[in-house]
Structures are given as structure tokens and as C-alpha cells.
Design a protein around this ligand. Structure first.
Ligand SMILES: Nc1ncnc2c1ncn2[C@@H]1O[C@H](COP(=O)(O)OP(=O)(O)OP(=O)(O)O)[C@@H](O)[C@H]1O
Ligand SMILES: [Mg+2]
Length: 479
């Protein structure tokens, strides 16, 4: 990672707006300028092509139905070029737009009338993609209800996942999504749904581990009034609710073995009967399943039926843990920061490079969810401006971390520093403790060495020697 690189959410991004409705154009232009985008406008595709010759737009927002050169032709021409703006289609004809424009390389489409919140989020994601310099780094689709199922990642590991997603999503095949907790399994399931022809249908998720014994069947299959004690009214099950759409069976590894047999039968027959019901309901549901368990192992141990496993595992998407794709940290931070700023109405615009270094050193057992939580508390703490290491939880404290010319080095036993206290774990050597203490004091005195020496009770000369001895460079301790 480059020293001194900050992540900023407010660089100059150039947007070209193309629409033959003058009022829409004016309103959008005003809105985007108020969000600090540089904006140019064009009344149709022909004018857009002319403008693009002098105005290297990063993003182009275009209508589809326009005189002279329409949106489709405009997309076709841009698609044929290697470089050009990221195209986003804004249209009232979302069905037509979804299929055609994706083939023409459109990043996303946005239904008219445009919802400013959706537009802003979309522009931020497209900007993040443009700045990451790798097109295709983001899979993003606006669902018909305006929900955004998005994932970011530029590492080869995530590119492979995106390629698989794009291939698998349009079919109706079952997909088994595995990966450690917090790696984005549910996000993948939502992305599959919103990239599929079923996107207009419902997306229903059921957590198979979330019900007391016996109740999971009623949740899955539904029940009639009086079917069992407590069934005070008729309730449709998740399979029925997902009819015409997609059902995610989350934590499938926790499904009781006897329910597995019933579920398999329903899936094979494409018909379900509510508990206590007489008639069967025809089903047209795409099934996705997710688990953080080792599926092959639970099949081998007899806790999961092999036949159901084969039925669910037509395609397999295995999400890599975050520690194996740390190259995604900058884009993930940027995307999460933008969404958390919106959620909490904060304006944290930058992440200090030291934060990214700390993140790169960390193991992320809780994966992207843990990253999101860390950023969320930091965003609330900071409020606006730059997020620095001071806003990170204790586990990131960099007491004895030493930056050397070859890069960042972390000792095996990190000290924890927070609220004016430095905590040293059992097993710390005297040398490590001294290093940590000096660094901690220098941080607190904003690198004022004579003050630090006074606090430490040593002479400035001794402090100078120690800094040299421990190869602490002045920027290491600069606040
Ligand atoms: N590639 C990604 N890009 C952006 N956000 C992500 C990505 N992967 C995960 N997230 C975010 O991380 C959080 C956890 O994701 P998700 O709930 O999909 O994980 P999960 O694998 O289903 O976890 P669990 O096994 O605990 O249910 C969510 O806030 C999600 O938005
Ligand atoms: Mg989940």
C-alpha cells in the first residue's frame, strides 16, 4: 500500500447527463452539482458523443428513448471503445432496460422517477469503481423495489466470484454458498436474485437455525388453522411466500435431519402442502442455500442427507475469508464508509493510511461484517473529517509497531493502548515494553521529544538514542 494514500470520498468525479427532457436534465444537474460532482449535459446521444470528445466523463447517466442517437445506440458505441465513462441507464422502462443494457455494458439501471437516495448511492459506488481503476470490480443491480444488492472487490479472488455470479445468476439452478461467517453469503444470495430473471419476484430468506425444535417445518411449509397447538391462524410458509422468486435457506447445515427429508420431497415435486392442509400448492421457486459449515464433512458424519446436498449443490460458490483477500480492504472501506456516512448522517471523508496499514496487519476472524462494525463505531466517533488509528478499537492499537523502510512490522505480542493507558500482554519482554512505552508517549505528546523525555523520566539524549536503537522513525510517532 502506498504510504500517504488517503481514501477520500470527495474527489472530483465528472458526470455527463444525457436526457431529452430539459427539466429532468436541469434538476439532475443541480442535484449532482450539490453533491460536488462536475456535471455536463447533452440532449441526446449525438450531442453526448460530441461532448465526450472534450469532456472525459467518469460516469454517464443516460436516458434510453431520445431523438437522433438513442440510449441503446449510445451504449453500443461506448461499449465498442476500451475507455469511456461508466454508463448508468435512467429510464422508465426498467424491464427493457435491465436485459438489454446489461448486454451493452451498462453498470446499472435506475428506474424513473429517480430516487435521490438511490442515485447518490449508485454514483458513489460507480465513483469508487472508477477510482479503483478496475471496471467490473463491482457487481451491482437495482432491484425492482429499488434495493441495492452490491458487493465490492477488486482482487482476483473476488473477480472469480463475480464472474461465477454473472454466469450462474440468469439460470434457475440451485446454488450452495459457503464461507466463514461475515464473508457475504447473504449478499451473494441477494445478488443472484437481483441479477436473475426472477428479480421482479420476491426474495425470501429463512434462517434454518433460528427456530425452536419443530417450528422450522411450519415456517418452511406453512400451516392451516388448528394444525397444531398454537396454530391459531392459517399461515403460508416461506416456500409459498417465495413463489415466483428466490428462497434462501440460510444456515442450512442446522436443518433437522427429518425436516431435510421433507424438504427434499417438496423440492423434487415442486409442490408443497401446508401442515394440516389438504391441497398442494404448485411451486416455482429458485433455491439458494448458505452455510458456514464444512458441508462435505457434515454429509460424511451423517448430519446432512447426501441426496439433499446434491440437490442444493448444483453450483457451489465458496467465499474466501477477508484475510485471504486483503487487497480488497481499500475498496471495501470506501464502499462501507460511504454507506455508513449515509446511515448515520456523518461526513467522514478520509481514512488515514495508518488505519489501512493496521487493517492490513489484522486477521479479520469476523470478515467483512467485523470490518463494517469497526468502521461503524469509528464513523460515529469521528463524525466528520479523517478517521485515524485513534478511533479504532483496542485490538488495533499499535503501541510497539515499528515502521521500517521495508514496510510495516508488528511484534508478535502487540500492546494495547487506549485512553491514556498502555496494556502489555503477558510474555512481553522488557525491550518490547520499553519500545511500546516510548512510542505511546511520543504519540501522546504529538512527537514532542523533550516533553516525552520529561514524562518518561529520561534525558532527551537518552530518548534520542532509544528512538535510534529501536529504529522508530519520526513519522511512526507523528500524530
Ligand atoms: N464483498 C462485499 N462488499 C461489500 N459489503 C460486503 C461484502 N461482503 C460482505 N459485506 C457486508 O458484510 C456484512 C456481512 O455480510 P453477510 O451478512 O452477507 O455475511 P454472511 O456470510 O451471510 O455471514 P453469516 O455467516 O454470519 O450469516 C454485511 O453488512 C454485508 O453488506
Ligand atoms: Mg448470513
Amino acid at each position: 500500500m502506498d504510504e500517504g494514500t488517503c481514501i477520500s470520498t470527495t474527489p472530483e468525479i465528472r458526470v455527463l447527463l444525457v436526457d431529452d427532457h430539459e427539466r429532468d436534465l436541469r434538476n439532475l444537474s443541480r442535484l449532482l452539482s450539490s453533491w460536488n460532482y462536475s456535471v455536463e449535459t447533452a440532449f441526446d446521444g449525438e450531442e453526448a458523443c460530441q461532448k465526450l470528445a472534450d469532456y472525459p466523463a467518469d460516469i454517464m447517466l443516460t436516458d434510453l428513448v431520445m431523438p437522433r442517437i438513442d440510449g441503446f445506440e449510445l451504449l453500443r458505441r461506448l461499449h465498442a471503445q476500451d475507455e469511456g465513462p461508466i454508463p448508468i441507464v435512467v429510464t422508465a422502462f426498467t424491464d427493457m432496460a435491465a436485459d438489454t443494457t446489461r448486454d451493452l455494458g451498462a453498470f446499472c439501471y435506475l428506474p424513473k422517477p429517480v430516487e435521490p437516495k438511490d442515485l447518490r448511492e449508485l454514483l458513489e459506488r460507480a465513483s469508487a469503481q472508477r477510482r479503483s481503476g478496475r471496471d467490473g470490480g463491482i457487481v451491482l443491480e437495482m432491484g425492482d423495489r429499488g434495493a441495492v444488492a452490491d458487493m465490492v472487490g477488486t482482487t482476483p479472488e473476488m473477480q472469480k466470484i463475480f464472474a461465477l455470479l454473472n454466469k450462474v445468476a440468469p439460470s434457475c439452478a440451485s446454488v450452495l454458498i459457503t464461507g466463514e461467517s461475515g464473508t457475504g453469503k447473504e449478499l451473494v444470495a441477494r445478488a443472484i436474485h437481483s441479477l436473475s430473471p426472477r428479480r421482479a419476484g420476491p426474495f425470501v430468506a429463512i434462517n434454518c437455525a433460528g427456530f425452536p425444535e419443530g417450528l422450522v417445518e411450519s415456517e418452511l411449509f406453512g400451516h392451516e388453522k388448528g394444525a397444531f397447538t398454537g396454530a391459531v391462524e392459517r399461515r403460508p410458509g416461506c416456500l409459498e411466500l417465495a413463489n415466483g422468486g428466490t428462497l434462501l435457506l440460510d444456515e442450512i447445515g442446522e436443518l433437522p435431519i427429518q425436516t431435510q427429508a421433507k424438504l427434499l420431497r417438496v423440492l423434487e415435486d415442486s409442490r408443497v402442502r401446508r401442515i394440516g392442509g389438504k391441497s398442494e400448492i404448485q411451486l416455482d421457486v429458485r433455491i439458494l442455500a448458505a452455510t458456514n459449515r464444512n458441508t462435505e464433512q457434515i454429509v460424511r458424519s451423517g448430519h446432512f442427507r447426501q441426496d439433499l446436498y446434491y440437490r442444493l449443490n448444483v453450483f457451489h460458490i465458496q467465499l474466501p475469508p477477508l484475510r485471504e483477500r486483503k487487497g480488497d480492504l481499500p475498496v471495501l472501506c470506501e464502499a462501507l464508509l460511504a454507506s455508513l456516512n449515509r446511515k448515520h448522517e456523518r461526513h467522514v471523508t478520509e481514512i488515514h493510511p495508518d488505519v489501512l496499514e493496521c487493517f492490513a496487519q489484522y486477521g479479520w476472524p469476523g470478515n467483512v461484517r467485523e470490518l463494517r462494525n469497526v468502521l461503524e463505531s469509528a464513523v460515529i466517533l469521528v463524525g466528520e473529517g479523517m478517521l485515524t488509528t485513534e478511533h479504532l478499537p483496542v485490538k488495533f492499537a499499535r503501541g510497539p509497531c515499528v515502521r521500517e523502510s521495508s514496510g510495516f512490522q508488528e511484534p508478535s505480542k502487540p500492546a494495547h493502548a487506549k485512553d491514556g493507558v498502555v496494556a502489555l500482554p503477558f510474555g512481553t519482554t522488557v525491550e518490547e515494553a520499553e519500545k511500546a512505552l516510548i512510542q505511546f508517549t511520543l504519540q501522546h505528546t504529538h512527537n514532542n521529544k523533550s516533553r516525552a523525555a520529561k514524562i518518561l523520566g529520561i534525558s532527551p539524549k537518552t530518548l534520542h538514542c532509544k528512538i535510534k536503537q529501536y529504529r522508530m522513525q519520526s513519522e511512526t510517532v507523528g500524530a
